[in-house]
Design a protein around this ligand. Structure first.
Ligand code: ATP
Ligand code: MG
Length: 258
């Protein structure tokens, strides 16, 4: 296996903060001296846009990794942030389910490529909002799954479906797959429902839920249109502080489980 720790950022529900978390946790870890790769495994390409990779520079991308045409080193690109690299996505990934589903070992395609990664500490995989072949490839390749959860009414229902997929992946292909943590996102301390869902999540999932909660913060939603993580766009915003805090908690959990 790769010496880097591989974390799939996944939730089949759309718009819950997967990409925002992959980009900003990645940037915060890099800021703290960790060598990080973000793999944009979503055909929407939001992580690639958010880290400033223009469309015309995505010819070599995550699809080439999955299809076996390229190795990790050939698909990596630098970002403006020291220690943070990205494998971009492009629309080719949209056909991955169809194109790759008849391949032998179709759930192991990414794992094979990532086992070559040397010289990195963390690989964060930004998954699409579905539990299809792309997300399954991420989970088979990963050491753990980090689940962003938006504090709203249906959040916990969707989570049980996701945890079922994690169990299936464990049984079929990756027995050591762990839940890295569950991250409450877009929290609003003035909203009673949001507070209730957070309380329910903590009582049912206890230790899995990060102490750090990501607040709703407009700077976080503005940063991608400036093609940079919030840590660079507005280093003193509440969003930056929250993701820095998350990076610290994330790293301290690594020490605790090492
Ligand atoms: P998809 O399922 O489409 O990939 P996602 O789970 O990756 O979505 P994001 O793209 O990270 O979710 O976030 C959805 C939207 O909410 C984006 O416009 C993003 O900028 C915004 N957003 C994410 N987190 C926050 C936050 N904490 N505060 C304010 N806006 C946020
Ligand atoms: Mg996304």
């Amino acid at each position: 296996m790769s010496e880097a720790r591989i974390v799939a950022v996944a939730n089949q529900k759309g718009g819950v903060g997967k990409t925002t978390t992959a980009i900003n946790l990645g940037a915060a870890l890099a800021e703290q001296g960790q060598r990080v790769i973000i793999i944009d495994l979503d055909p929407q390409g939001n992580a690639s846009t958010g880290l400033g990779v223009p469309l015309e520079e995505r010819q070599t991308n995550a699809y080439d990794l999955l299809s076996g045409e390229q190795d990790l080193a050939q698909t990596l690109q630098d970002t403006d942030i020291n220690n943070l690299r990205i494998v971009p996505s492009n629309h080719d990934l949209a056909s991955a389910d169809f194109q790759l589903s008849s391949r032998p070992g179709r759930t192991q395609l990414l794992r094979r490529k990532l086992s070559q990664a040397t010289g990195f500490d963390y690989i964060l995989i930004d998954c699409p909002p579905a539990l299809g072949l792309l997300t399954v490839n991420a989970m088979v390749a990963a050491d753990s799954v980090l689940v962003p959860l938006q504090a709203e009414f249906y959040a916990l229902e969707g989570l049980s479906q996701l945890l079922m997929t994690v169990r299936e992946v464990r049984q079929a292909a990756n027995p050591d797959l762990r839940i890295e943590g569950i991250l409450l996102t877009m929290s609003d301390s003035r909203n009673n429902l949001s507070q209730q869902v957070e309380a329910d999540a903590r009582s049912t999932l206890s230790g899995l839920v990060y102490k750090t909660v990501i607040p709703r913060n407009v700077r976080l939603s503005e940063a991608p249109s400036h093609a940079m993580p919030v840590l660079q766009y507005d280093p003193h915003s509440k969003g930056s502080a929250a993701y820095r805090e998350l990076a610290k908690e994330f790293l301290s959990r690594q020490l605790a489980t090492a």
